[in-house]
Design a protein. Structure first.
Length: 250
């Protein structure tokens, strides 16, 4: 009987899992990408791109593809997809594993202010004009149009819709990761007063935090949305073991 695992991807964790599975012809997997990046890096395993159409659409897909296990390796802020996966798997009684990275935590020398959501970050910037390094993802930019007294340095892989960006913005289109030296030079050159970012965790994007610490630049840290009740791992081997249990070529 066919046993197939669906990996909900779009993160470095999903990419690492895909690479580890390239030599496992005995395992049946499919990786799903949301398609929010215009030029995604194509994974080396069977994959699909695009949404499912809500919980009902995901349930239909899980049934039609004989999915026997789901690994949620989406971004920590992809709250809607995680909620949909939790609901669909609960309804169909399909095992689900969240494979993610630990959140960042402040260390000595950091100047963090933690906020619960993007709108709270906008408010926390205050009324006095600041030069803001804004690394919250292009889908969250529009909230900062409420505070256009600030200058924003925005970095993105894909060009955001101009109607979504604050007026006083300099846009950098580039794909990371970035080194500490690169981040330090950028923040110094742009005379950044404050860094606003989401607590995505991981080593791919933490250089900006180290640069802010070195330059004594304060950080507005937007905390992660809460997960639904989930089995969670940070370990690649645990994710591979889950695939080995729930995905087998007949």
């Amino acid at each position: 009987m066919r046993k197939r695992v669906l990996i909900l991807g779009g993160t470095t964790e999903a990419s690492a899992l895909a690479r580890a599975l390239t030599q496992r012809s005995d395992l049946d997997v499919v990786l799903s990408l949301a398609g929010r990046t215009e030029t995604p890096v194509r994974p080396p395993i069977p994959h699909r791109i695009g949404g499912f159409g809500g919980v009902d659409g995901l349930i239909d897909y899980l049934k039609s593809q004989s999915i026997s296990g789901v690994i949620d390796a989406t971004h920590p802020f992809a709250a809607q997809m995680t909620q949909h996966a939790a609901q669909a798997c609960a309804i169909l009684q399909i095992p689900r594993l969240v494979f993610t990275r630990p959140a960042w935590d402040c260390v000595e020398g950091d100047q963090w202010q933690r906020v619960d959501h993007v709108d709270a970050a906008v408010k926390a910037l205050g009324e006095e004009s600041k030069r803001v390094f804004l690394t919250v993802g292009r889908l969250s930019l529009s909230a900062f149009r409420q505070a256009e007294q600030h200058f924003y340095l925005v970095r993105s892989i894909d060009k955001p819709d101009e109607s979504e960006m604050p007026c006083n913005t300099t846009l950098i289109l580039v794909r990371g990761p970035f080194t500490i030296d690169e981040e330090t030079r950028l923040m110094h050159k742009e005379r950044i007063d404050i860094l606003v970012t989401k607590n995505s965790g991981g080593q791919q994007t933490d250089a900006k935090l180290q640069a802010a610490r070195a330059l004594q630049i304060p950080v507005l840290m937007i905390e992660r949305p809460p997960l639904p009740e989930s089995r969670v791992t940070y370990d690649l081997q645990n994710a591979l073991a889950f695939v080995g249990t729930h995905g087998r070529v007949p």
